[in-house]
Design a protein around this ligand. Structure first.
Ligand SMILES: CC(C)(COP(=O)(O)OP(=O)(O)OC[C@H]1O[C@@H](n2cnc3c(N)ncnc32)[C@H](O)[C@@H]1OP(=O)(O)O)[C@@H](O)C(=O)NCCC(=O)NCCS
Length: 226
């Protein structure tokens, strides 16, 4: 039996989530993807990669039997989408690529996305609404807090800890350090020391670029695309 699914957001990443749903269904038909919900009125009624934007987030109650997942890339905006529909008591669904092998020692929250060829070793703990994008690698006992986003090709050393609402840019390497809540790690960085909360670090080795800038992700896409 298939279950209805609705994706929050309709930008590029949400569309990638829709593609992941197709990939999961190719393996074993699990989901009937109804479409996206998005608060950008200009997107409502349009179709993206073949799926409609059904309405704004506050129409979530129209789909009482559906599972939900947020496909928004900015961790804070992702949390906002989750908070906006929380009143409807949604059932959060996780999407895990069939290419991923998960060991029984992992603890994985709800609303989590794990993309193609991501590789988790053993004993990892992922909070709620976490995203591990394609080809990311987590060593043993890595922790990733709620709403955090791990971009493609990131490698996280065993026993590293990534806080809540963090954004780890593509191709970064994070040694066995602690990345504070709300921190951003620049693309291609090598993080060799603990990262304070709400900081932006970048470079090899990573140095602080900005302090006190929570959610400074700067993927340079317009708001409606996040
Ligand atoms: C780290 C980041 C958030 C900084 O953005 P920003 O604050 O706008 O930074 P700027 O572009 O103004 O650059 C500030 C300085 O940092 C340097 N810098 C920026 N990003 C860097 C990075 N990833 N590594 C090394 N240096 C970097 C710039 O060269 C610049 O140096 P300068 O002052 O000597 O000229 C951003 O560059 C980044 O890496 N975002 C992640 C993107 C990503 O991985 N997306 C994944 C899509 S799947």
């Amino acid at each position: 039996m298939t279950e209805d699914l609705v994706i929050l957001g309709s930008g590029g990443l949400a569309q990638e989530y829709a593609w992941l749903v197709e990939e999961i269904n190719d393996d074993r038909r699990r989901f009937n993807l109804l479409g996206f919900l998005d608060d950008n009125a200009e997107r409502v009624g349009r179709e993206y990669i073949g799926y409609p934007v059904l309405g704004a987030l506050d129409t979530a109650a129209r789909y009482p039997r559906a599972g939900f997942i947020s496909g928004v890339g900015d961790p804070r905006a992702r949390r906002l989408t989750v908070e906006k529909v929380a009143g409807f008591n949604p059932r959060w669904v996780s999407l895990v690529s069939p290419t991923v092998r998960l060991h029984s020692s992992h603890a994985i929250g709800h609303g989590v996305m794990i993309g193609r060829y991501a590789d988790l070793t053993v004993g990892c703990r992922l909070g709620d609404h976490v995203m591990l994008n394609i080809h990311s690698v987590l060593g043993h006992a890595v922790e990733v807090g709620d709403f955090s986003v791990v971009s493609p090709n990131v490698t996280v050393n065993g026993e590293a800890s990534i806080g809540r609402l963090c954004y780890i840019g593509a191709n970064a390497f994070v040694r066995n350090v602690r990345v504070g809540d709300g921190a951003t790690v620049g693309a291609g960085s090598v993080v060799t020391r603990d990262v304070p909360p709400d900081c932006v670090v970048a470079g090899v080795p990573a140095r602080v670029l900005h302090e006190g800038k929570p959610g400074h992700v700067l993927t340079r896409v317009p708001d409606e695309e996040v």
